[in-house]
Design a binder for this molecule. Structure first.
Ligand code: GSH
Length: 328
Protein backbone atom coordinates (compact mmCIF):
# COMPACT_ATOMS: atom_id res chain seq x y z
CA UNK A 1 0.00 0.00 0.00
CA UNK A 2 1.33 3.47 -0.76
CA UNK A 3 0.31 6.65 0.97
CA UNK A 4 0.33 9.49 -1.45
CA UNK A 5 -2.53 11.75 -0.43
CA UNK A 6 -1.84 15.29 0.61
CA UNK A 7 -2.86 16.21 4.12
CA UNK A 8 -3.44 19.39 6.03
CA UNK A 9 -0.49 18.21 8.07
CA UNK A 10 1.76 18.45 5.04
CA UNK A 11 1.52 22.15 5.74
CA UNK A 12 3.34 22.88 8.98
CA UNK A 13 1.24 23.09 12.15
CA UNK A 14 4.11 24.98 13.73
CA UNK A 15 4.89 28.58 12.89
CA UNK A 16 8.20 29.77 11.47
CA UNK A 17 9.84 29.70 14.92
CA UNK A 18 9.12 25.96 15.19
CA UNK A 19 6.45 26.45 17.85
CA UNK A 20 2.85 25.28 17.68
CA UNK A 21 0.18 27.85 18.59
CA UNK A 22 -3.41 26.67 18.97
CA UNK A 23 -5.92 29.05 17.40
CA UNK A 24 -8.61 30.74 19.49
CA UNK A 25 -12.11 29.40 18.92
CA UNK A 26 -14.45 32.02 17.48
CA UNK A 27 -17.99 30.74 18.04
CA UNK A 28 -18.67 31.29 21.73
CA UNK A 29 -22.45 31.33 22.32
CA UNK A 30 -24.28 29.17 24.85
CA UNK A 31 -27.59 27.34 24.93
CA UNK A 32 -29.67 28.96 27.67
CA UNK A 33 -33.31 29.92 28.25
CA UNK A 34 -34.19 33.43 27.07
CA UNK A 35 -31.29 33.58 24.61
CA UNK A 36 -31.04 33.19 20.83
CA UNK A 37 -30.21 29.53 21.56
CA UNK A 38 -33.10 28.16 23.65
CA UNK A 39 -32.86 24.62 25.00
CA UNK A 40 -34.97 22.49 22.63
CA UNK A 41 -35.17 18.88 21.54
CA UNK A 42 -34.54 18.21 17.85
CA UNK A 43 -32.74 21.46 17.21
CA UNK A 44 -29.04 20.97 17.94
CA UNK A 45 -26.41 18.64 16.43
CA UNK A 46 -22.98 17.72 17.69
CA UNK A 47 -20.15 17.08 15.25
CA UNK A 48 -17.10 15.26 16.55
CA UNK A 49 -14.06 13.24 15.69
CA UNK A 50 -13.65 10.16 17.88
CA UNK A 51 -9.90 10.75 17.72
CA UNK A 52 -10.03 14.27 19.07
CA UNK A 53 -9.39 14.75 22.79
CA UNK A 54 -11.33 18.04 22.81
CA UNK A 55 -14.39 16.54 21.13
CA UNK A 56 -14.23 13.50 23.41
CA UNK A 57 -14.68 15.76 26.43
CA UNK A 58 -18.10 16.68 25.07
CA UNK A 59 -18.98 13.07 24.26
CA UNK A 60 -18.19 12.12 27.86
CA UNK A 61 -20.46 14.82 29.28
CA UNK A 62 -23.19 13.81 26.83
CA UNK A 63 -22.92 10.20 28.03
CA UNK A 64 -22.63 11.07 31.74
CA UNK A 65 -25.75 13.21 31.52
CA UNK A 66 -27.60 10.48 29.59
CA UNK A 67 -28.35 12.86 26.71
CA UNK A 68 -27.93 9.83 24.46
CA UNK A 69 -31.07 8.35 26.06
CA UNK A 70 -33.36 11.17 24.89
CA UNK A 71 -34.20 10.74 21.24
CA UNK A 72 -33.05 13.57 19.02
CA UNK A 73 -31.78 15.67 21.91
CA UNK A 74 -28.18 15.91 20.73
CA UNK A 75 -27.46 13.53 17.86
CA UNK A 76 -23.80 12.98 17.05
CA UNK A 77 -22.24 13.14 13.60
CA UNK A 78 -18.79 11.53 13.48
CA UNK A 79 -16.25 12.70 10.89
CA UNK A 80 -13.83 10.43 9.06
CA UNK A 81 -10.70 9.79 11.14
CA UNK A 82 -8.48 11.09 8.35
CA UNK A 83 -7.76 14.80 8.53
CA UNK A 84 -6.82 15.76 4.99
CA UNK A 85 -5.80 19.05 3.45
CA UNK A 86 -9.43 20.18 3.21
CA UNK A 87 -9.96 19.38 6.86
CA UNK A 88 -12.41 17.00 8.52
CA UNK A 89 -14.62 15.12 6.09
CA UNK A 90 -18.30 14.27 6.55
CA UNK A 91 -18.41 12.01 3.48
CA UNK A 92 -15.96 9.98 1.40
CA UNK A 93 -12.33 10.90 1.99
CA UNK A 94 -9.80 11.01 -0.75
CA UNK A 95 -6.97 8.96 0.76
CA UNK A 96 -5.39 5.55 0.60
CA UNK A 97 -4.13 5.84 4.16
CA UNK A 98 -5.77 3.87 6.96
CA UNK A 99 -8.96 5.56 8.14
CA UNK A 100 -12.40 4.90 9.59
CA UNK A 101 -15.33 6.40 7.65
CA UNK A 102 -17.67 9.17 8.75
CA UNK A 103 -21.10 8.20 10.05
CA UNK A 104 -24.15 9.63 11.78
CA UNK A 105 -26.95 11.94 10.74
CA UNK A 106 -26.47 14.54 8.03
CA UNK A 107 -26.91 18.16 9.03
CA UNK A 108 -30.36 19.39 7.86
CA UNK A 109 -30.04 21.81 4.97
CA UNK A 110 -26.44 20.69 4.46
CA UNK A 111 -26.96 17.09 3.42
CA UNK A 112 -24.39 17.46 0.66
CA UNK A 113 -21.75 19.17 2.77
CA UNK A 114 -18.61 17.12 2.31
CA UNK A 115 -16.37 18.91 4.78
CA UNK A 116 -16.81 20.41 8.22
CA UNK A 117 -15.38 23.56 6.62
CA UNK A 118 -18.59 23.83 4.54
CA UNK A 119 -20.56 24.21 7.77
CA UNK A 120 -18.18 26.87 9.07
CA UNK A 121 -18.59 28.75 5.79
CA UNK A 122 -22.38 28.46 6.01
CA UNK A 123 -22.21 29.98 9.50
CA UNK A 124 -19.67 32.62 8.49
CA UNK A 125 -18.81 33.09 4.82
CA UNK A 126 -15.61 34.91 5.82
CA UNK A 127 -14.31 32.11 8.07
CA UNK A 128 -10.62 31.59 7.42
CA UNK A 129 -9.36 29.64 10.43
CA UNK A 130 -9.10 25.87 10.76
CA UNK A 131 -12.46 24.14 10.82
CA UNK A 132 -12.19 22.33 14.13
CA UNK A 133 -14.29 19.86 16.07
CA UNK A 134 -16.13 19.67 18.39
CA UNK A 135 -18.84 21.75 16.84
CA UNK A 136 -22.34 22.43 18.18
CA UNK A 137 -24.70 23.21 15.31
CA UNK A 138 -28.06 24.99 15.53
CA UNK A 139 -30.50 23.90 12.81
CA UNK A 140 -32.88 26.79 13.58
CA UNK A 141 -30.45 29.63 12.90
CA UNK A 142 -28.30 27.56 10.56
CA UNK A 143 -25.17 28.40 12.47
CA UNK A 144 -22.55 27.26 14.95
CA UNK A 145 -23.42 27.84 18.59
CA UNK A 146 -19.99 27.09 19.96
CA UNK A 147 -16.76 25.34 18.88
CA UNK A 148 -14.80 25.51 22.12
CA UNK A 149 -14.84 22.29 24.13
CA UNK A 150 -14.04 23.90 27.49
CA UNK A 151 -17.22 26.00 27.13
CA UNK A 152 -19.35 23.26 25.60
CA UNK A 153 -18.80 21.00 28.61
CA UNK A 154 -19.60 23.90 30.94
CA UNK A 155 -23.03 24.68 29.57
CA UNK A 156 -24.09 21.33 28.13
CA UNK A 157 -23.93 19.73 31.57
CA UNK A 158 -27.03 21.68 32.63
CA UNK A 159 -28.51 23.22 29.44
CA UNK A 160 -30.87 20.32 28.69
CA UNK A 161 -31.70 19.26 32.26
CA UNK A 162 -35.46 19.66 31.80
CA UNK A 163 -35.44 16.93 29.12
CA UNK A 164 -33.16 14.49 30.93
CA UNK A 165 -33.84 11.55 33.24
CA UNK A 166 -34.51 12.69 36.84
CA UNK A 167 -31.38 11.08 38.26
CA UNK A 168 -29.02 13.28 36.24
CA UNK A 169 -30.92 16.56 36.54
CA UNK A 170 -28.94 19.10 38.51
CA UNK A 171 -25.68 17.21 38.21
CA UNK A 172 -22.91 19.54 37.16
CA UNK A 173 -19.20 18.91 36.67
CA UNK A 174 -18.36 22.48 37.61
CA UNK A 175 -20.02 22.84 41.02
CA UNK A 176 -19.89 26.28 42.65
CA UNK A 177 -18.00 25.17 45.74
CA UNK A 178 -15.20 23.55 43.71
CA UNK A 179 -14.81 26.13 40.95
CA UNK A 180 -11.76 27.84 42.41
CA UNK A 181 -9.94 24.56 42.74
CA UNK A 182 -10.99 23.35 39.29
CA UNK A 183 -9.88 26.63 37.72
CA UNK A 184 -6.50 26.36 39.46
CA UNK A 185 -6.00 22.83 38.08
CA UNK A 186 -7.06 23.83 34.55
CA UNK A 187 -4.59 26.68 34.69
CA UNK A 188 -1.58 24.34 34.53
CA UNK A 189 -3.09 21.14 33.11
CA UNK A 190 -4.25 22.82 29.90
CA UNK A 191 -1.02 24.52 28.77
CA UNK A 192 1.43 21.85 29.94
CA UNK A 193 -0.50 18.59 29.49
CA UNK A 194 -3.60 18.91 27.25
CA UNK A 195 -1.93 21.30 24.86
CA UNK A 196 1.60 20.33 25.97
CA UNK A 197 1.50 17.04 24.07
CA UNK A 198 0.56 18.92 20.88
CA UNK A 199 3.21 21.59 21.42
CA UNK A 200 5.80 18.84 21.87
CA UNK A 201 4.59 16.78 18.92
CA UNK A 202 4.13 19.60 16.43
CA UNK A 203 7.40 21.35 17.32
CA UNK A 204 9.73 21.58 14.35
CA UNK A 205 12.85 22.69 16.18
CA UNK A 206 14.71 20.97 19.00
CA UNK A 207 14.34 24.08 21.18
CA UNK A 208 10.59 24.23 20.72
CA UNK A 209 10.32 20.51 21.49
CA UNK A 210 12.41 20.71 24.69
CA UNK A 211 10.59 23.84 25.79
CA UNK A 212 7.39 21.82 25.91
CA UNK A 213 8.28 18.21 26.59
CA UNK A 214 10.09 19.09 29.83
CA UNK A 215 7.19 21.02 31.42
CA UNK A 216 4.88 18.23 30.24
CA UNK A 217 6.73 15.63 32.29
CA UNK A 218 7.16 18.02 35.24
CA UNK A 219 3.39 18.40 35.23
CA UNK A 220 2.90 14.64 35.07
CA UNK A 221 5.12 14.38 38.15
CA UNK A 222 2.97 17.02 39.87
CA UNK A 223 -0.14 15.15 38.82
CA UNK A 224 1.25 11.97 40.31
CA UNK A 225 1.72 13.71 43.69
CA UNK A 226 -1.67 15.40 43.39
CA UNK A 227 -3.49 12.09 42.88
CA UNK A 228 -1.84 10.37 45.85
CA UNK A 229 -4.71 8.92 47.91
CA UNK A 230 -7.30 10.60 45.71
CA UNK A 231 -9.97 9.07 43.51
CA UNK A 232 -10.72 12.31 41.65
CA UNK A 233 -8.77 15.42 40.72
CA UNK A 234 -10.85 17.82 42.81
CA UNK A 235 -12.92 17.09 45.92
CA UNK A 236 -14.50 13.67 46.30
CA UNK A 237 -16.47 13.78 43.09
CA UNK A 238 -16.11 13.62 39.35
CA UNK A 239 -15.60 17.10 37.91
CA UNK A 240 -14.61 18.64 34.62
CA UNK A 241 -11.00 18.53 35.86
CA UNK A 242 -11.14 14.72 35.49
CA UNK A 243 -12.97 14.85 32.15
CA UNK A 244 -10.52 17.34 30.65
CA UNK A 245 -7.49 15.40 31.81
CA UNK A 246 -8.80 11.93 30.93
CA UNK A 247 -9.02 12.51 27.19
CA UNK A 248 -5.32 13.40 27.06
CA UNK A 249 -4.03 10.69 29.41
CA UNK A 250 -5.98 7.89 27.69
CA UNK A 251 -4.20 8.81 24.42
CA UNK A 252 -0.79 9.06 26.04
CA UNK A 253 0.65 5.56 25.78
CA UNK A 254 -1.09 4.60 22.51
CA UNK A 255 -0.20 7.81 20.62
CA UNK A 256 1.63 10.65 22.35
CA UNK A 257 4.58 8.56 23.58
CA UNK A 258 5.54 7.51 20.06
CA UNK A 259 3.88 9.85 17.59
CA UNK A 260 4.42 13.09 19.55
CA UNK A 261 7.80 12.02 21.02
CA UNK A 262 6.53 12.35 24.61
CA UNK A 263 8.64 9.36 25.53
CA UNK A 264 10.49 10.19 28.74
CA UNK A 265 8.08 7.80 30.45
CA UNK A 266 4.83 6.01 29.72
CA UNK A 267 1.81 6.31 32.00
CA UNK A 268 1.85 2.57 32.67
CA UNK A 269 5.61 2.19 33.07
CA UNK A 270 5.83 2.66 36.85
CA UNK A 271 6.67 6.33 37.36
CA UNK A 272 3.03 7.43 37.61
CA UNK A 273 1.15 4.71 39.54
CA UNK A 274 -1.49 7.10 40.88
CA UNK A 275 -2.20 8.58 37.46
CA UNK A 276 -2.34 5.10 36.00
CA UNK A 277 -4.82 3.92 38.67
CA UNK A 278 -6.97 7.07 38.25
CA UNK A 279 -7.05 6.53 34.46
CA UNK A 280 -8.01 2.86 34.68
CA UNK A 281 -10.67 3.48 37.31
CA UNK A 282 -12.39 6.06 35.13
CA UNK A 283 -12.11 3.89 32.02
CA UNK A 284 -13.17 0.56 33.49
CA UNK A 285 -15.65 1.71 36.12
CA UNK A 286 -17.56 4.37 34.23
CA UNK A 287 -19.18 3.46 30.93
CA UNK A 288 -19.28 7.13 29.88
CA UNK A 289 -15.49 7.09 29.62
CA UNK A 290 -15.08 3.64 28.11
CA UNK A 291 -17.87 3.94 25.54
CA UNK A 292 -16.51 7.22 24.18
CA UNK A 293 -12.93 5.95 23.78
CA UNK A 294 -12.18 4.36 20.40
CA UNK A 295 -8.49 3.38 20.31
CA UNK A 296 -8.64 2.28 16.70
CA UNK A 297 -9.96 5.66 15.51
CA UNK A 298 -7.56 7.53 17.77
CA UNK A 299 -4.50 5.73 16.42
CA UNK A 300 -5.58 5.82 12.78
CA UNK A 301 -6.24 9.54 12.94
CA UNK A 302 -2.93 10.66 14.40
CA UNK A 303 -0.59 8.24 12.65
CA UNK A 304 -2.22 8.52 9.22
CA UNK A 305 -3.09 12.22 9.10
CA UNK A 306 0.17 13.84 10.17
CA UNK A 307 2.18 13.23 7.03
CA UNK A 308 5.17 15.27 8.16
CA UNK A 309 5.48 13.43 11.46
CA UNK A 310 4.76 9.96 10.09
CA UNK A 311 5.45 9.93 6.34
CA UNK A 312 4.81 6.19 5.93
CA UNK A 313 1.35 6.40 7.46
CA UNK A 314 1.94 3.13 9.26
CA UNK A 315 -0.27 2.74 12.32
CA UNK A 316 1.68 0.90 15.04
CA UNK A 317 0.06 -2.21 16.51
CA UNK A 318 0.79 -1.50 20.14
CA UNK A 319 0.80 -0.89 22.92
CA UNK A 320 -0.76 -4.15 23.93
CA UNK A 321 -3.18 -3.74 25.57
CA UNK A 322 -4.20 -0.19 24.72
CA UNK A 323 -5.21 0.17 28.35
CA UNK A 324 -4.24 -2.21 31.11
CA UNK A 325 -6.84 -3.93 33.27
CA UNK A 326 -7.87 -2.46 36.59
CA UNK A 327 -6.11 -5.06 38.73
CA UNK A 328 -2.72 -4.71 37.05
N1 GSH B 1 -10.01 24.83 21.33
C1 GSH B 1 -10.64 23.82 20.61
C2 GSH B 1 -9.63 22.95 19.89
C3 GSH B 1 -10.25 21.96 18.99
C4 GSH B 1 -9.25 21.35 18.02
O1 GSH B 1 -8.13 21.86 17.86
N2 GSH B 1 -9.64 20.26 17.36
C5 GSH B 1 -8.78 19.63 16.37
C6 GSH B 1 -8.88 18.11 16.44
S1 GSH B 1 -8.12 17.39 17.82
C7 GSH B 1 -9.28 19.96 14.98
O2 GSH B 1 -10.45 19.92 14.73
N3 GSH B 1 -8.37 20.24 14.05
C8 GSH B 1 -8.71 20.45 12.67
C9 GSH B 1 -7.60 21.14 11.91
O3 GSH B 1 -6.61 21.51 12.53
O4 GSH B 1 -7.77 21.29 10.71
C10 GSH B 1 -11.48 23.02 21.59
O5 GSH B 1 -10.98 22.67 22.67
O6 GSH B 1 -12.63 22.76 21.28
Amino acid sequence: MSFTSESVASKPFASADGRYHRQTSTFRDVIAPGTKFEPEVGRYKLIVSLACPWASRVLIVRALKKMDQVENLLPVTVVDTFLGEKGWCLGEVDTDRPHNPAYGPKIPGHENARYVRDLYLAADPDYELRATVPLLWDTKHNTIVNNESSELIRFLDTAFDQFLPKEVQGITYYPKELRKEIDAINEWVYPTINNGVYKSGFATTMDAYLENVKPLFESLDSLEKHLQGKKYMVGDQLTEADIRLFTTIIRFDPVYVGHFKCNLHTIRGGRFPNVHRWLRELYWNDEAFKSTTDFDSIKKHYYASHVKINPTGIVPLGPEPHIEPLDQ
